[in-house]
Design a protein around this ligand. Sequence first.
Ligand SMILES: Nc1ncnc2c1ncn2[C@@H]1O[C@H](COP(=O)(O)OP(=O)(O)OP(=O)(O)O)[C@@H](O)[C@H]1O
Ligand SMILES: [Mg+2]
Length: 274
Amino acid sequence: MFRCYPPKGCAYVYPMSLPSTPVRGTGGVADPLVVIDHIDKHFGELHVLRDISTTVARGEVVVVIGPSGSGKSTLCRAINRLETIDSGSISIDGIRLPSEGRELAALRADVGMVFQSFNLFAHKTVLQNVTLAPMAVRKVSKKEAERRGMELLDRVGVANQAAKLPAQLSGGQQQRVAIARSLAMDPKLILLDEPTSALDPEMINEVLDVMVSLAKDGMTMIVVTHEMGFARKAADRVVFMADGRIEEQATPEEFFSNPQSPRAKDFLSKILAH
Ligand SMILES: Nc1ncnc2c1ncn2[C@@H]1O[C@H](COP(=O)(O)OP(=O)(O)OP(=O)(O)O)[C@@H](O)[C@H]1O
Ligand SMILES: [Mg+2]
């Protein structure tokens, strides 16, 4: 079964059920940025990613949801090559992910990653957290890195915290710094793995607002989140994973109003019951 996506103009088509209708190559996407082609991953006996294929277009916002243990984080980590894969391939902007070395470092610099647990450098100031990688990896001058760093901190609403250490900031502020830090590398793609799930409720929205504004600005994003409001507001596509597979994928409107698989129906009934 196929569904049209995005709704306006129905520019391309995603198979709803994998692997029975696998996407090969770019899956018909006009401007593919990330091409995931038949990847498998085991942790010992555990088969955590099962024949995953999907293509993310440039500028597309994909929300990945699914039960705990379904492989969402592993998929994100594989895209950033923090995890190896057993078979299949992942390409970013036409370049297949190399296994190691300088090319991998270059490719990884193009992919921003924001984790649930902010992972800021504790002994560096907020501004230093944002300027370190551009200076070390992109060889940007300190002056230029600081100018751009302040611009990005301002964009996420924490410019007035620049001289502080991360521990002096709230969780929501720290996560916004983590987003600014990943933007400082001018990534082609940002992966966010449950960026709000460690936050107190009152701080969730300030982070989601930044994410929505990034999405509106055309940033390509893969976001693991159970924040359905974000998915409805900003996602072009929802990918539902269960047991290491992509069980179904559709526009947020279609997915939330008319989930197809029993797993997705069951999952939605549980999270919407909260
Ligand atoms: N480094 C590892 N070694 C062994 N098993 C692992 C490792 N990382 C993850 N797993 C297992 O792989 C499976 C998928 O884990 P993953 O973290 O990708 O799930 P998830 O969908 O992100 O779950 P959650 O919603 O709880 O974050 C789980 O069964 C997990 O226990
Ligand atoms: Mg996870």
